[in-house]
Design a binder for this molecule. Sequence first.
Ligand code: SAM
Length: 279
Amino acid sequence: MGEAISHLQTGQVSALQSYVNEMAAILGVPSVELATAEVDALSEHLQNVYHPGQSGPSDVNFLYVMARLMPARSYIEIGTASGFSSMAIAMALQANPLNTEVHLHCIDRKEKCLFDETKDVGFVAIAGQAKVPKVKFHFHRGTDSFQAKDLVSPKANLAFIDGNHQHPWPLQDILNLMPVLEPGAWVALHDIDLPRIALELQKMYPGETIEPRFGPQYLFQQWPGRKIDGGNIGLVEIPKERSTLATSIERLLSLPFETPGDSESRKRKLRAALAAAMV
Ligand SMILES: C[S@@+](CC[C@H](N)C(=O)[O-])C[C@H]1O[C@@H](n2cnc3c(N)ncnc32)[C@H](O)[C@@H]1O
């Protein structure tokens, strides 16, 4: 299932440099030397906030390394919540000396944070934005990926999808993003191992409802191009020849939908997004 990368566990920020080297080798890009100050800053960020609805530390490490290795002008995140992952991504973008100004588009269907309705979506990133002056945050609250084509500029070469995990939402998201993704862009998919992890999390947080959704896993498994498996987070490359996606997408359309409502009208929306993605 794609090239595997060792999965950094909580508290292993000290192993970040070897993780950087490993991912660089898989991506075929030059590795970078992390500064002690940035590793310390990431470590502090990881200790600051944690909620089961956010990406865990291992997955944030993965996102950090991905953004640290690849220079960017524009980055899209679907599903922002507190802005915990957005801030980690922003810190990586800031630390890359090849970046000058990066637009970080944070799209979330809610106005207020999913797990703290007293705070705006993205509040963690808002609090930290002075530390990342190269990064221009754009919080697109109350929106979803259907609006991305009108919101995102310039086109992005990196994205992170962590919105609705019900199949076929992650597929819809990646298709909706394609018109604003550069050829060869890389897209991180969160919760590709959610069916297994949801069972574990449910035991740890009996007060929460954690559904074993299959959307990200199906998408990652069926993705036909280059991909990196980081445990519960994966990275897929948007192929330069997008028509190569068609067969896999038809296969994804045949898997059981987890969303409520009429699956035929959803299929029509997916096929429309696929057609728009081909141009
Ligand atoms: C798991 S949380 C995101 C966590 C965040 N990425 C992090 O790691 O800190 C999922 C977020 O996606 C948002 N969401 C759910 N469905 C969405 C959709 N279809 N489009 C955009 N956002 C969506 C929710 O409001 C919620 O804030």
